[in-house]
Write a protein that binds this ligand. Structure first.
Ligand SMILES: [Fe+2]
Length: 198
């Protein structure tokens, strides 16, 4: 009788353990499925971000020459012109990131950048040529830089999460250039503006 009970228990335990392992296997499978679909969604989000910044960089290649033309302080003019050259290179770098990810380069209108560029244009229209307009141009340019820093920082982090090392290093490279441009605007150009000048 005792043996029978024991064998019954064992059978029931075995049954339990089998059903437990089946359940754990199917939940593992579910997790894997969820993980791969999250990665796909993140990749899609990254592509949207890339299309957005691609549009923004292209729009900046048109906006920067207007800003340089409106600036007075030589250091500011130079900073903007230098950044135009860097921006033209960045358009190509972003195209390379598309290529690395096996996608065709496509620009999608970035409402945020459009607004920031418009803000810069409004400042230039509403101010007189000279130090105040220069200060306004710097303010608008720094808002642009900060938007780009946030965008590339995020894109580089997502590329790392997705295991896209080559894309990540290229995005990181652009991020550093944007940080440099921001520092130049703060440290060099802004310090050079002469507010006493007529
Ligand atoms: Fe840029």
């Amino acid at each position: 009788m005792a043996t029978q009970t024991k064998s019954k228990t064992t059978a029931s335990e075995e049954k339990k353990s089998t059903s437990k392992s089946t359940a754990s296997k199917s939940s593992e499978k579910g997790k894997l499925k969820a993980k791969s679909s999250a990665a796909e969604d993140l990749r899609e989000l990254m592509m949207d971000g890339l299309k957005d910044i691609y549009w923004a960089e292209k729009a900046l290649t048109k906006a920067l020459p207007k800003m340089a033309k409106n600036a007075t302080t030589p250091e500011l003019v130079k900073a903007i012109e230098d950044h135009l050259t860097v921006t033209e290179e960045q358009v190509k770098k972003v195209e390379k990131v598309f290529e690395i990810l096996g996608e065709k380069a496509k620009a999608e209108k970035c409402e945020a950048m459009e607004g920031l560029i418009k803000e810069g244009e409004d400042i230039m229209k509403s101010s007189e040529t000279g130090p105040v307009r220069d200060a306004g141009i710097i303010a608008a340019s720094q808002k642009v830089e900060h938007y780009e820093i946030a965008s590339y920082g995020t894109l580089a982090a997502w590329a790392e999460t997705l295991g896209e090392k080559e894309a990540q290093s290229l995005l990181q490279e652009i991020l550093e250039q944007e940080k440099d441009a921001d520092a130049t605007l703060t440290e060099t150009a802004y310090g050079k503006i002469n507010f006493d000048a007529k």
